[in-house]
Write a protein that binds this ligand. Structure first.
Ligand code: MIC
Ligand code: SF4
Length: 643
């Protein structure tokens, strides 16, 4: 008897025959990988460093969707590098304009029962078709492309039992916002959310994918739906029915916990600034003025999402005080809407139509005015992420976004009258923007523009460290705070020395300067440190500035793995109250760090306060070895030369 997640994990296990207790390290085979351009350049530089002639996965796809503003040569340089490196190593290349990685992968490649590892935290979107999809740092993707197993802690499998059906004008976004309200942004750490129950069959695959996509905001390792008739119908529409197989949990499945959600009781929800779990009902803030509304992102930009918006706006005009933008999730969605006339309805309403990309979701343009209320169908509303430091971003469903675009104020979409009937899609299937690599790529020359800088120096973990606390943060620090994105910083993703000048600047503008002056030091943090994105730059850039140890109450999964991958020591307070005994500027001393990492317990002396405390190094054996070697590149090199 097993859950879907257990069945897939078991089938992909590369060491042992049985799944261990939750929390124990496991290694799994990865069938598919995906990268996007903002994390992809590093991932492919790392893959090159491995010296493997061709990827060993069943399928690897390189998407370009984040860095598309092209205000100078940098983004375009990266695109050409990615295109050439994909051709050389046997990777499919989804050209700029073809769409957002998660949306395109769901449409064209994701399949039930497969494992997918992606260098983006929203990779679990593919869980909408019953794929076990996990977000990770670029180096993990590079290693998986090279045929290595992916190491993770065995998650707890939580069953989310859906009963009832959604009311008109209420949609999948409201469901996941409801879960975020209940469980918060740390509620899913160390867990896979598996959806079960009679309510599942009422949700289409794109709706399921909205829910699995935003499982990332719960901090979950992944989220997954069964593969059923709805999945078959979706894959048929994509001309991929041969990839369907049924996947369901056995009837007496043993979930470690079960949450029940009655879909019929869910109302339109909204996440208020500045965290995705600050959720209330739209009706509670009705009437408040809004300045900007955007529909798009990997969460809500499917055919259905945009059709519902087009139907709501048909024959109406966008409110004169609202700047209303739409980003179709993929070229498939874009062209389908263009051909069926819905795009014309949107244009006629006054919507600004942008290309298929992440765009404003990651602050690449369309920043709202100062102090704005910006309403988005996206998944993250961290402070400053939209590009305007003092704006407040709200997350809603496409239905609510449409209602606000018309009225100019927060409006419950149920006031729009009868819900539109969305016709079954006649999708345009055309993969001509996905370039296939040649059979033999060995002659392909890699194009490297000046934006591509080499990786920083890596060293094994030192045994004694005496350094200053460079920064002390609170709880729920996001990787957007550690390593901001946006139009100014994102183009520097291939250049670690340049991007390191931006580490923590929204928290403390002096941080990069101080870190360099002090020749590195410690970072102290609270709970759920490093939540949010998969960007390994949040580890590599601090490493470049000399950060060697991060001590927190607890970490978010992907960031902790990224620290290990780059040889930064992740430590957790044994007693959470010891956090209070450290101030920024204190000098901390660690001796016998290497032995401490191995044993799992490290002693720290706060020289400034003359205090001692213990911290834990909670890692599996393989991760400890990787860390001690100075990260995964050093570990792989060492093991290869030892062989
Ligand atoms: C995000 O939504 O924060 C991103 C940008 O897609 C990141 C990846 C990155 O930082 O490049 C993510 O979610 O992992
Ligand atoms: Fe792109 Fe936004 Fe999705 Fe990240 S969350 S992949 S930036 S659309």
């Amino acid at each position: 008897m097993a859950t879907i997640s257990e069945k897939i994990l078991l089938e992909h296990l590369t060491d042992g025959q049985k799944l261990p207790e939750a929390g124990t390290e496991i290694s799994i085979k990865i069938d598919q990988t995906l990268t996007q351009d903002a994390t992809g350049t590093m991932a492919y530089l790392e893959f090159e460093a491995l010296g493997i002639p061709k990827v060993k996965t069943e399928l690897s796809v390189s998407y370009v969707d984040h860095n598309m503003l092209q205000t100078d040569f940098k983004n375009a340089d990266d695109h050409d590098y990615l295109k050439s490196v994909a051709a050389k190593y046997g990777v499919l290349y989804s050209r700029p304009g073809n769409g957002i990685c998660h949306q395109v992968h769901l449409e064209r490649f994701a399949a039930p029962g497969k494992t997918l590892l992606g260098s983006d935290s929203h990779t679990p979107t593919a869980g909408g078709v019953g794929s076990l999809a996990i977000g990770a740092g670029g180096l993990d993707i590079a290693l998986a492309m090279g045929g290595a197993s992916f190491v993770l802690n065995m998650p707890k499998i939580v069953g989310v039992k859906l009963i009832g059906e959604l009311q008109p004008w209420v949609s999948a976004k409201d469901v996941i916002l409801e879960l975020l309200r209940m469980l918060t942004v740390k509620g899913g750490v160390g867990k896979i959310f598996e959806y079960v129950g009679p309510g599942v069959k009422s949700l289409s695959v794109p709706e399921r994918a909205t829910i699995t996509n935003m499982g990332a905001e719960l901090g979950a390792t992944s989220s997954i739906f069964p593969s059923d008739k709805k999945t078959l119908e979706y894959l048929k529409n994509q001309g991929r029915e041969s990839e369907w197989k049924e996947m369901k949990a056995d009837s007496k499945s043993d979930f470690s916990e079960t949450i029940e959600l009655d879909l019929s009781k869910i109302e339109p929800n909204v996440a208020k600034p500045h965290m995705p779990d600050q959720v209330c009902k739209v009706s509670e803030i009705e009437g408040q003025k809004v300045n900007q509304v955007i529909v798009g992102s990997c969460t809500n930009s499917s055919y259905y999402d945009l059709m519902v918006v087009a139907a709501a706006l048909k024959g109406k005009k966008v409110h004169q005080d609202i700047s209303f933008c739409i980003l179709p999730g993929s070229r498939q969605v874009y062209e389908t809407l263009a051909r069926n006339g819905a795009l014309a309805d949107l244009i006629s309403s006054g919507a600004r139509i942008l290309e298929s990309a992440c765009g404003p979701c990651i602050g690449m343009g369309i920043a709202p005015r100062s102090g704005a209320v910006t309403v988005r169908t996206f998944n993250r509303n961290f402070k400053g992420r939209c590009g305007t430091a003092d704006a407040g971003a709200y997350l809603v469903s496409p239905e609510t976004a449409a209602a606000i675009a018309i009225s100019g104020i927060f409006t419950d979409p149920r006031k729009l009258g009868d819900a539109p009937k969305i016709p079954k899609p006649k999708l345009v299937i055309d993969d001509s923007m996905i370039l296939k690599p040649p059979e033999d790529g060995s002659e392909v020359e890699i194009i490297r523009g000046p934006n591509i800088a080499p990786l920083p120096d890596l060293r094994p973990v030192e045994d004694t460290i005496e350094k200053e606390v460079l920064l002390k943060t609170g709880d729920n620090v996001t990787t957007d705070q550690i390593m901001p994105a946006g139009a100014k910083v994102l183009p520097l993703r291939s250049n670690i020395p340049a991007i390191s000048e931006h580490v923590f600047i929204s928290v403390d503008p002096e941080f990069p300067k101080r870190a360099k002056e002090k020749k590195g030091g410690f970072i102290i943090g609270g709970e759920n440190y490093g939540q949010g994105s998969s960007r390994e730059h949040a580890a590599i850039a601090p490493l470049y500035l000399g950060v060697k140890v991060v001590i927190v109450k607890n970490f978010a999964r992907i960031h902790k793995a990224n620290l290990v991958n780059w040889g930064i020591v992740p430590l957790e307070f044994e007693q959470a109250t010891d956090y209070d005994k450290i101030n920024q500027g204190d000098i901390l001393v660690i001796e016998n760090l290497r032995a401490g990492i191995k044993s799992g317990k490290v002693k720290i002396t706060n020289k400034t306060k003359n205090a001692h405390f213990n911290v834990l190094c909670d890692l599996g054996e393989q991760s400890k070895d990787v860390l001690l070697a100075g990260g995964n590149i050093m570990y792989v090199k060492h093991n290869t030369s030892a062989k």
